[in-house]
Design a protein around this ligand. Structure first.
Ligand code: ADP
Length: 533
């Protein structure tokens, strides 16, 4: 190969020598700017005369070189095609164009694009000359692009498969006005019964729209611009879990939970939306069924409660009457025993008088028991009208109503700021009398009773405390002392009804009662009631 510039590719007309030199210069500049090399091949000698750029591209020294030798450098996969292109060009006297990989002496590869034109006899061209350039970068770029396109296609295919196999309806609004909305297979086939890719947008002109349905929310038909996808594209804000009902011309109704999110273009503008609907018809129907059934159950409970209350009232009235009626013969027994004692007691032997005394004591106790039962029955049955009750005044009244409390050998410490509560005066009087009566009663023999009464206020309620320094209550017995007839220590007089009456009354006034106690150190009873407004 020689280092002198190759002859100009085409020289129409007859230029002057000066013009000829200039043209050659221009051509060299243009070829250098385009990073191209030139070559000239003589088919008879098989020699290629190439410029330094072409030789450099092939990794060859200055030529000339044999084309058949150069061909061995062409990648085996590209060799046949390159030869074919050369032959076709020569046979058909056509321009030659080929792209092929060339192996360089250092083992690397380079993509070369070659173009040429035949010369010589019209019938049998004997030469070809042309240009080559390095297209490795473009080829790599093309390959990368091809890979990306293939990946994008695979991604689209996978996404489509996911969309179409999802058991929920998915819609895509393809424009900001939601004029074209298409759905996945579930939306098209299961929900709307429309052909694939049909435009189901209610915002589309009537002629373009498929699917005979309307959308309702809370029993009101929605206009197209009220639908989630349309709202999302308008506001750009997502819509979450909206309960909608699809109503179809054939009477079908489907309840769905629909959410929608906006789609954006590369400038961040809303370009469409995706809406997803989960069919909750069966859930909805089950809930509806449950609601009717719940109503029926409620009615049944009401009926049963009413009839139970009726039976309970009858039972209470019955036991009240029995208890009440039992007192008359009991009183007669007691009175006649007393007459016997008074009028004939002196005639009886000591044993007889002892029996008589036992009859008198037992009948008196029986009468107290019956009276207590009647009190409990009244506490459970009578209406406790709530009223303002001044507890300070109530405690003072207690000592007048129950003089034995005042007369007891005891020390009282009663707070002077007892509040005004909402309760029933008579019932509360009895509660105080029961608790204070116990505080005076349950003291160790010979011990002086101490009773403290105070109240604390919190959250619109008053909590009243009655503390004693008596015998206390064992922990195991504490949960039972408010039960009917429960007594810890029968050696103390009593019926075991007082605290049952007290709890019943407090609870009926909307309060609760409890005790904190330590055997040998005393007990603190407390109950709470609403403060009077
Ligand atoms: P009782 O008629 O026996 O007083 P209550 O119903 O008033 O019946 O009380 C039930 C039982 O609770 C009592 O028998 C007693 O054993 C125990 N009790 C009640 N108050 C006190 C108290 N302040 N100290 C110790 N024990 C008490």
């Amino acid at each position: 190969m020689d280092a002198t510039p190759p002859p100009a590719l085409a020289a129409p007309g007859s230029p002057s020598p000066l013009e000829d030199t200039r043209s050659a210069d221009y051509l060299q500049w243009a070829l250098a700017a385009a990073d191209m090399g030139t070559w000239d091949w003589d088919a008879h000698t098989d020699l290629v005369t190439a410029c330094p750029r072409t030789c450099a591209l092939w990794g060859l020294g200055p030529g000339p070189h044999r084309w058949s030798d150069m061909l061995r450098q062409v990648h085996p996969d590209d060799r046949d095609l390159t030869v074919t292109r050369v032959r076709e060009a020569m046979e058909n006297r056509r321009d030659y164009a080929a792209e092929y990989r060339v192996r360089l002496p250092d083992g690397s590869e380079r993509w070369i694009s070659a173009r040429g034109r035949t010369r010589g006899d019209d019938a049998a061209p004997s030469r070809m000359h042309g240009v080559v350039c390095d297209v490795t970068a473009r080829k790599e770029h093309d390959a990368r692009l091809e890979r990306l396109v293939r990946e994008a296609q695979e991604c689209t295919e996978e996404l489509r498969a996911v969309l179409d196999s999802a058991p929920i309806a998915i819609w895509i609004a393809h424009d900001p006005e939601c004029r074209r909305i298409t759905g996945n297979a579930h939306a098209e086939q299961v929900l709307l019964h429309v052909p694939p890719h049909a435009n189901v947008s209610l915002s589309a002109p009537l002629a373009e729209r498929r699917g005979d349905f309307s959308v309702w929310r809370d029993d009101r038909q929605l206009a197209a611009d009220e639908l989630p996808a349309q709202r999302v594209t308008r506001t750009g804000e997502p819509v979450r879990d909206e309960l909608l009902e699809f109503r179809f011309a054939d009477g079908r109704r489907v309840h769905v939970l629909q959410s929608a999110v906006p789609l954006h273009d590369r400038f961040g503008r809303v370009r469409g939306a995706v809406a997803v609907s989960a069919d909750i018809t069966s859930l909805f129907q089950a809930e509806e069924l449950l609601k009717s059934e719940a109503r029926q159950l409620e009615q049944l409970v009401q009926q049963r409660t009413a009839s139970l209350q009726e039976s309970l009232a009858e039972m209470e009235a019955f036991s009240y009457n029995i208890s009440h009626d039992m007192r008359a013969p009991l009183r007669a027994m007691h009175s006649f025993a007393r007459f016997l004692d008074q009028e004939y007691g002196s005639l009886l032997p000591a044993q007889g008088r002892d029996y008589l005394a036992r009859i008198l004591a037992a009948s008196a106790r029986m009468d107290r028991l019956i009276q207590d039962v009647l009190v409990y029955s009244r506490a459970a049955r009578t209406e406790l009208k709530p009223d303002r009750v001044n507890l300070a005044r109530l405690v003072r009244t207690m000592f007048d109503a129950y003089p034995h409390l005042r007369e007891a050998a005891a020390d009282f410490a009663i707070a002077d700021d007892l509040p005004v509560v909402l309760g029933n005066d008579a019932a509360l009087l009895q509660c105080f009398a029961n608790i204070v009566g116990n505080a005076l009663k349950f003291v160790a023999p010979g011990q002086r009773a101490v009773v403290q009464i105070w109240a604390e206020i919190a959250g619109g309620r008053a909590r009243v405390f009655v503390r004693d320094r008596g015998i206390g209550i064992p922990p195991a017995a504490q949960p039972h002392i408010f039960d009917m007839f429960y007594r810890v220590n029968p050696s103390y007089e009593g019926s075991g009804i007082g605290l049952a009456v007290t709890r019943k009354s407090i609870e009926r006034m909307g309060g609760t009662i409890g005790v904190v106690s330590e055997p040998g150190r005393g007990s603190t009873f407390h109950f709470d009631l609403p403060l009077a407004p």
